[in-house]
Design a protein around this ligand. Structure first.
Ligand code: 5GP
Ligand code: ZN
Length: 112
């Protein structure tokens, strides 16, 4: 996906503050953080949104979700964290490469 912002970050064409990466996923700081800690976890493969997730992605999705608590602890979020996946325009999705928001710490926003 040549016009995908997050694919460009994966390719190293756009800089990002990367906090974790492995063969399935990349995790970096949100450029416009909505809380003290605000990370974005993305799969290395381009999946447009949760609407496009299928059986072939089971391993990737499970792996990503299981990494989130570890990432939260590494960020010092001992009391918990919030995970958000916006799906489609109606769900507030702006970047159309599946991503999991990991938020926590002070200034954690409520649902609006
Ligand atoms: P969405 O609204 O699609 O669920 O979330 C997209 C997120 O990407 C937003 O929280 C926004 O702040 C973040 N974002 C947008 N452009 C960039 C960028 O160039 N770099 C990084 N690191 N985050 C970005
Ligand atoms: Zn992409």
């Amino acid at each position: 996906m040549s016009d995908c912002l997050f694919c460009k970050i994966l390719a190293g064409e756009i800089p990002a503050d990367i906090v974790y990466e492995d063969d399935k996923m990349l995790v970096f700081k949100d450029l416009y953080p909505k809380a003290e800690v605000h990370l974005l976890a993305i799969p290395r493969v381009h999946i447009t949104s949760l609407n496009e997730v299928s059986d072939e992605h089971d391993e990737i999705i499970a792996h990503m979700i299981k990494q989130l608590p570890k990432l939260a602890k590494e960020q010092g979020l001992k009391d918990g964290f919030r995970t958000i996946i916006n799906t489609g325009k109606g769900g507030g999705q702006v970047v159309f490469h599946l991503h999991m928001h990991l938020l926590g710490g002070s200034n954690l926003p409520g649902f609006q």
